[in-house]
Every structure is written in structure tokens, then in C-alpha cells.
Design a protein around this ligand. Structure first.
Ligand code: HEC
Length: 399
């Protein structure tokens, strides 16, 4: 397999830098940062959100705080029997929480332990699927508890660099998976030593129902039975989005992903098709719908489904100066241009690359206007209001 080039790595850093500016005008927006997601509740079908402002449930497009206390939930894990919710992060008053545990579904949390050299703020937290006494947390180094989180020791060996997520196995009390900017890794000795499964940046890994799911940049959502480690590439049409966490319900039928922009995407067909959660703005006028057809025919192959942007491929990660087809749905900066400029780019192509060709031979000016009307129908109201030079106007953006 080809190695990921330095440029590819840089592309990924840019992705993370984007995280701060895509806005979402709904209930989720008020929560601030979402750090993690999981299915919990009695049946394991309630989506839980670990956020800057405590633990929330999200049902029927409504976010509701569950935790009595407002605290920054960074690390977050539910045991396989859904008896205990572990959390770690920062109290509203500042400092670190140490390891917290809730046995009432996340309403009240009690501090179980400070952790080693604590109080810790475990940003990664996971509990063994077959022995709920084994809990792992990362506070600089990997720490492990063999008594349900009451006492901790630092594990020997070292973690994969630039770790993003850890997941404990459902089939072995020795096994751990790690997603890191350097790859997807596996350990069969409780995190002392690691071997690489994919050499591409992996932004999330979770275990559910004896299956392991991961988001690997360039491959998209991949999954395998834990016993075989035979990977299936499920979907790679996420455009410029990467998934920083995954929540799996109904034996993998329903999946929710957390993007680096802090937004949610959902699949109800085992990960084959994804849509934003809650559903975003949609085309409605005849012009927008006409533009949508033109977009699907001519532009979607590069600019992605619903204009989410070109998806990361192995080629894009291993080619220097690779130029991506940007998202046109408002999450990149198409909205910094006026309609005239967008129409001009479509008809004349990009002066920077033949990859964005001139469409004037096959499209009329009206066609180009229709396509612009289509992708603008996907923008948030703020993007339409502050389109063009006004994107620099703080007052416009703040309204
Ligand atoms: C073969 C791939 C490809 C196809 C097909 C394609 N584009 Fe592009 N497009 C690109 C690339 C690559 C860029 C970035 C160019 C640059 O950075 O200069 C781009 C840039 C753009 C931009 C400028 C966006 C910005 O933020 O400045 C617009 C608008 C655009 N494309 C619209 C379209 C439309 C509409 C279609 C279909 C009619 C289309 N593109 C088809 C690859 C493609």
C-alpha cells in the first residue's frame, strides 16, 4: 500500500481547522461542542450526546439535557449492559473531573477516582465489552482500571501517536482498537503493543455487537466482525467531512456519525446511505429542482452528493498539491462569492486547474444560474444573507 504523503497529512490538518466555522441553525447549535455520541437508554436506542454543557439526549430533533450538572464531557463510555455511564472532562468551575460514573442513565455523576496523577480528564475512555470491570482512559498516557474505574495504573508501552479514539473489544478482554492520525491500530495485550491495520488517518473507532466500525480517511466507514478482521468498505461519500465518532444501534442497522464540523449524519440502512441529522435545507422551487438534476448529472461526481465536496480518496492523500473539488453546500467558502462569480466559474472553469472545466459548451447561462440556485438552497439562511463581500461583515454574521 502507498504511504500517505506529507501533503495528505496536511490536507487532514486543514480538515480539522475547518471545524470551527460551519454553523448549524438548529437545536444542536446551542450545545456548543459535541465531543462524543453513543446510543444509551433502556433499549439502547436513545442517542446520547456528550457536550460542552453536559450530557444530552437527542430525539425527534430535540436536544434535552439529561445530566443535572452542566460540565464539559470529554471522555464518555457506556458499558455493554448499559448499567453504567463513565465520563471525564471539566467541571464548570474549571480543572478536571477525574473519572465520573453514573448508574441512573446519566442524570447524576459521582467521582469514582482521580486517576493516576489526577484529577485526570480522560479524553479517550472505553470499557471492555465482556468484562465491565476493565476500563481504559487516556490522560497523556494510557491508564487501565481492573475494578470498574475505582483504581488505576498506567499501562506500559506507548500509544499510537496522535490518538483520536480508543475502543475496547466485545470478544477479548485483552483487545483494544485505536484510531489515530497515523492509522487504525489493534492491540491484543491491553494496549502495551500495537499493530497497524490501516496506514491511513483514522478518525474514529467503535465496537458494537462484536463488530468494529471505523472511519478511515480515504476509505470512509469500514466495518468488520471482530473475529475475522476482514474489512468491508461501507460508504465513502462523505465529501470534506470526516467522522470523529460513531454510534451504532439496532445491531448496526442505524448509525449516527459526528463530523469534524460538530454536525451529525445518520444512516438507517447499515451505513450505505447517509443524510444530515436533522435534515438540512432542501431544494424547493422549480428552478432549484432543475438545478439539482443538472448538478447530479454533471457536478456530483466531483462535488459530492448534496454538494458535500469531494471525498478523500487514497489518490488524494498520496498526491502532492492535490486540488479538491470544494463543498458547495455552504460548509466551505462558495458563499464568499456572489452569484455572478459562481456562474462565471461554472461557465469559464477554474483558471487554476483543468479539473474544474469550463461548462459553457454544454450549459447555458440559465443552466448555470439554476445550478447555483440549487446549491444555494442547501445553504443556511446566514450564508445567503451574508453572501459575497458581506461574508467579512461581522455584524451581518452576528445577526
Ligand atoms: C472533474 C471534477 C469536477 C467536476 C465534474 C466539476 N467540478 Fe467544480 N470544481 C472542481 C475543482 C477541482 C474545483 C476547485 C478549483 C480551484 O480550486 O480553482 C472546482 C471549483 C468549483 C467552483 C468554485 C467554488 C469556490 O468555492 O470557489 C464552483 C462554483 C464549481 N466548481 C461548480 C461546479 C459545477 C456547477 C459543476 C457542474 C456543472 C462542476 N463544478 C463540476 C472540480 C470539478
Amino acid at each position: 500500500m502507498k504511504r500517505v504523503s506529507w501533503m495528505g497529512q496536511r490536507a487532514l490538518l486543514l480538515v480539522f481547522a475547518l471545524a470551527s466555522f460551519a454553523g448549524q441553525a438548529n437545536d444542536l447549535q446551542k450545545l456548543g461542542h459535541i465531543h462524543g455520541i453513543a446510543f444509551g437508554g433502556e433499549e439502547g436506542e436513545t442517542l446520547l450526546l456528550a457536550t460542552h454543557q453536559g450530557l444530552f439526549s437527542y430525539e425527534q430533533e430535540r436536544a434535552q439535557r439529561i445530566s443535572d450538572e452542566v460540565f464539559d464531557v470529554m471522555g464518555f463510555a457506556i458499558d455493554a449492559n448499559r448499567k453504567a455511564i463513565f465520563a471525564s472532562g471539566h467541571p464548570a468551575s474549571g480543572g478536571n473531573t477525574g473519572l465520573l460514573k453514573s448508574i441512573d442513565g446519566g442524570i447524576s455523576f459521582e467521582r469514582l477516582s482521580l486517576g493516576v496523577a489526577g484529577p485526570v480528564d480522560f479524553h479517550q475512555l472505553t470499557v471492555s465489552g465482556i468484562n465491565p470491570e476493565i476500563v481504559y482512559g487516556v490522560h497523556g498516557k494510557l491508564q487501565i482500571s481492573a475494578d470498574g474505574g475505582a483504581s488505576w495504573r498506567v499501562q506500559s508501552g506507548s500509544l499510537p501517536p496522535k490518538l483520536l479514539q480508543l475502543a475496547a473489544s466485545d470478544v477479548s478482554d485483552q483487545r483494544l482498537y485505536a484510531a489515530s492520525e497515523q492509522g487504525l491500530y489493534l492491540s491484543d495485550d491491553q494496549g502495551k503493543s500495537w499493530r497497524q491495520l490501516f496506514p491511513y488517518p483514522a478518525t474514529s473507532v467503535v465496537v458494537a455487537h462484536r463488530r468494529v466500525y471505523a472511519f478511515v480517511v480515504g476509505k470512509g466507514v469500514v466495518a468488520s466482525a471482530e473475529e475475522t478482521l476482514f474489512w468491508r468498505e461501507i460508504d465513502n461519500r462523505f465529501g470534506a467531512q470526516v467522522l470523529l465518532d460513531l454510534a451504532i444501534a439496532e445491531e448496526g442497522l442505524r448509525m449516527v456519525g459526528l463530523t469534524q464540523m460538530g454536525t451529525l449524519v445518520e444512516s438507517v440502512d447499515q451505513g450505505l446511505n447517509w443524510r444530515s441529522l436533522p435534515p438540512g435545507p432542501q431544494p424547493s422551487s422549480a428552478q432549484e429542482k432543475r438545478g439539482q438534476l443538472l448538478f447530479q448529472k454533471n457536478c456530483q461526481s466531483c462535488h459530492g452528493i448534496a454538494a458535500v465536496g469531494e471525498t478523500y480518496s487514497i489518490e488524494s492523500l498520496t498526491t502532492q498539491n492535490y486540488l479538491f473539488a470544494p463543498a458547495l453546500n455552504g460548509s466551505a467558502h462558495a458563499w464568499h462569492h456572489l452569484d455572478e462569480q459562481l456562474v462565471d466559474t461554472i461557465l469559464e472553469g477554474s483558471p487554476r486547474t483543468p479539473k474544474m472545466p469550463a461548462w459553457k459548451e454544454s450549459m447555458s447561462e440559465q443552466d448555470a444560474r439554476d445550478v447555483v440556485a440549487y446549491f444555494k438552497s442547501l445553504w443556511q439562511e446566514k450564508h445567503r444573507r451574508c453572501q459575497g463581500p458581506k461574508h467579512m461583515d461581522r455584524d451581518c454574521l452576528a445577526e
